[in-house]
Write a protein that binds this ligand. Structure first.
Ligand code: IMP
Length: 193
């Protein structure tokens, strides 16, 4: 059976990806399984660069093909930021609601309400050999935070063509269209062939 390392310490993501890759008869490891305890600093200037930093590191340490992902939200009213700093941006506020209030005020001030989520996955198959798979989903910032599902910016993001926020979506419904699932499906197709 082929082996692959998913360089992530996020148990939700690991569970999701393990389920998908099982269908391909690929044995999937995470850093903990291989005693890789250190994580490299994400000092890249794009989602793809950060994903590559993590997948290269995983490959160097494990010597088996490794992949990693990096995601975030880009908001028109914030000059398409926070992007790669999405996690940090949210944690700079006292709580999620304060962050959302700030975003709503910027949307109101600028009259710009577009946003998109993006995921880049980088697969490192040998030394200095990387393949990047990307997924985007466009949408708008809602007027209010809505829904208790999901995480991060889900309660304020309405994907194009829908009227509900990702926070109001079921897990399955979000997974059918999300930026992350688009990128993962591209990776799966590559691995299957
Ligand atoms: P990560 O690189 O997937 O860990 O994502 C970094 C940050 O981007 C997260 O901590 C969230 O704040 C935000 N983010 C990424 N994907 C999503 C999503 O699907 N919904 C909501 N927020 C997200």
């Amino acid at each position: 059976m082929k082996k692959i390392l998913f360089f992530s310490n996020n148990n939700n993501k690991i569970g999701e990806v393990k389920k998908l890759l099982n269908q391909l008869s690929i044995e999937i490891f995470c850093p903990n399984d291989l005693n890789i305890l250190y994580e490299p600093k994400e000092v890249g200037s794009s989602f793809a660069e950060n994903a590559k930093i993590k997948s290269s590191f995983g490959f160097q340490r494990s010597q088996i093909p490794s992949f990693a992902d990096d995601s975030g939200i880009c908001i028109e009213a914030l000059n398409w930021k926070p992007g790669i700093s999405s996690r940090k941006f949210l944690s700079n506020f006292e709580n999620e609601n304060e962050c959302f209030k700030y975003i709503f005020s910027k949307v109101q001030d600028t009259g710009k309400n577009k946003a998109y989520f993006k995921t880049s996955i980088c697969l490192t198959t040998k030394f200095n050999y990387h393949i990047v798979f990307e997924g985007n989903i466009k949408g708008t910032i809602s007027k209010y935070a809505k829904g208790k599902g999901g995480f991060g910016y889900d309660p304020i993001f309405i994907p194009s063509g829908y009227s509900q926020t990702f926070g109001e979506f079921s897990k399955i419904k979000k997974n059918n269209i999300s930026h992350r699932s688009i990128a993962i499906n591209k990776l799966m197709n590559f691995l299957a062939n």
